[in-house]
Design a protein around this ligand. Structure first.
Ligand code: FAD
Length: 475
């Protein structure tokens, strides 16, 4: 068992994207931070398993970037410099025809970034603080929440390691052990939904131009989509001029493709232009050798137990990846939590012996107020983005090619350009602002009502004008 220091102690379970950034926030406020992760340190480990169950790259947008900006340390600048801006979707039709749809009317973009590199930058930033200690190869097994104790199994020795702290932060991802511990001590409402679609990642290699230089095989400043109504493939650019493609498809359809011949026939029918881009051998190798991932959505509440534990990121709200918001939302969780802690002026120093009891109990009740407020504030936004992510799968794989969608997008974009703060498209609110997710949905519904009424009004006036014209003509 370890002893308390003069600083409040926090134990962060999970050194993934959210855990690593959270450790920077805690360190900056002066907490004594211990970070534990079951995996080996990605900075020294050659173990490719670190990336195996997750996407190789991901899109970071305004919410994520703002959370990085808030810590300073040049983190946001570093990420943006190494990221590839994607200004819109590039839709690939069946004939290979490509059409671009801008994300925002003011040139906004989302940014493609390598997951592992982002994780390493965050871990380096966290370790630059002397009050942060990282422990890799430590798996959380159980917690005694009332005592603030977390029990780990040390992979190297098989021994138990117990740490006692003021606060346990669960950032241990979709299959969170912290969440399970929380369930035992709170009346947690919980739902978990697997969608029937799996995903598999493939690579479009760089190609050589006439000068022998490596170049992108497609426009790198777009997120490429091959929408095929009941399934789709997407591709995001990487810095090494390759693209990472992700094929999303019903599990049964994956299973029905059992031979290289049937795979090529499938691609020939649905993604003919992608065969040349990926290459026949790479395609068959990637499809049969790369892991398949399942996709699920998790909603739960509360996110905390008294003043002892809080869960953040995928541990609290895992969503399907179709809005590119999982990590962005997780980063925003941290920002929201710290806004509340700062507003309530939760201190990080342990009172000196003598005044300990009164000050200590005040601290605990203040911390509990902060965590109560966090669950209350964040839950409706987490639910909203989980729902939006689910809805966006239909938009990406099907709606983007329907005339109704394209008409509404044109209309909304035009109105947004004219009245930037009155009409804001939903995608813009989610990806390029920090409007709380649940408010974005409410506003989108309001705008839909206005647009529908407006269009009906235009329809009535046009019909009346046409009828008047016809009457004049007949006279
Ligand atoms: P994780 O990244 O899962 O990290 C959890 C950490 O906890 C891991 O390091 C794990 O080893 C550790 N851990 C787990 N259990 C224990 C234990 N018992 N003890 C100790 N350590 C433990 N989001 C976006 O914002 N943009 C995108 O473009 C995007 N694309 C995606 C594409 C795909 C295909 C998928 C699947 C997800 C995508 N996401 C995207 C979502 C994003 O990956 C997650 O939201 C994000 O990784 C969540 O971070 P996290 O730190 O909460 O969890």
């Amino acid at each position: 068992m370890e002893e308390y220091t003069a600083q409040r102690r926090v134990c962060i379970v999970g050194a993934g994207l959210v855990g690593a950034l959270a450790s920077v926030y805690f360190a900056q406020r002066g907490w004594h931070v211990d970070v534990f992760d079951t995996r080996p340190d990605p900075r020294v480990s050659q173990d490719s398993a670190h990336n195996q169950q997750r996407s190789i790259n991901l899109a970071i947008s305004t919410r994520g970037i703002t959370a990085l900006k808030q810590v300073g340390l040049g983190l946001a600048e570093e990420v943006l410099q190494a990221a590839i801006p994607m200004h819109g979707r590039m839709i690939h039709g069946l004939t290979g025809h490509q059409s671009s749809q801008a994300y925002g009317v003011f040139g906004q973009c989302i940014n493609s970034f390598e997951r592992k590199r982002l994780n390493i930058s965050l871990l380096d930033a966290a370790e630059s603080f002397s009050n942060v200690t990282m422990h890799f190869g430590y798996t959380l097994r159980a917690c005694d929440l009332d005592q603030g104790a977390a029990k780990f199994e040390v992979r190297a020795t098989g021994q138990e390691y117990v740490v006692t702290v003021d606060l346990i932060v669960g950032a241990d991802g979709a299959y969170s052990t912290c969440r399970r511990q929380l369930m035992r001590r709170t009346r947690m409402d919980y739902s978990q939904t697997y969608i029937s679609h799996d995903y598999c990642e493939l690579t479009i290699p760089a190609r050589q131009n006439e000068h022998g230089e490596q170049e992108y095989a497609m426009d790198p400043n777009h997120l490429h989509i091959w929408p095929r109504h009941t399934f789709m493939m997407i591709a995001l650019p990487n810095k090494d001029r390759t693209f990472t493609c992700t094929l999303f498809m019903p599990k049964e359809q994956f299973e029905a493709i059992a031979t290289p011949e049937s795979l090529l026939a499938f691609y020939q029918t649905h993604f003919p232009d992608a065969i040349a881009l990926i290459g026949r051998d790479q395609l068959t190798h990637g499809f049969f050798a790369n892991p398949r991932g399942a996709l699920m959505s998790v909603k739960c509440t509360p996110y905390h137990y008294q003043d002892k534990m809080v869960i953040l990121g995928d541990a609290a709200h895992c969503m399907v990846p179709f809005y590119g918001q999982g990590m962005n939302c997780g980063f925003e969780d941290i920002q929201v939590l710290f806004r509340i802690l700062d507003e309530l002026q939760v201190t990080t120093t342990v009172p000196p012996p003598g005044q300990a009891k009164a000050v200590d109990s005040q601290w605990h009740s203040q911390m509990q107020r902060a965590l109560d407020c966090y669950t209350r504030t964040r839950h409706r936004d987490a639910v909203a983005i989980c729902d939006l992510a689910m809805y966006n799968y239909i938009e990406m794989r099907s709606s983007v090619v329907s005339w109704q969608y394209l008409f509404r997008k044109k209309l909304e974009d035009g109105l947004h350009k004219l009245f930037p703060s009155l009409i804001i498209p939903l995608y813009t609110m989610v990806s390029f602002t920090q409007i709380p997710y649940h408010k974005a949905i409410e506003r989108h519904e309001r705008q839909t009502r206005w647009l529908t009424r407006g269009l009906m009004g235009v329809g009535v006036v046009t019909t009346a004008a046409l009828a008047a014209l016809v009457r004049c003509y007949r006279k």
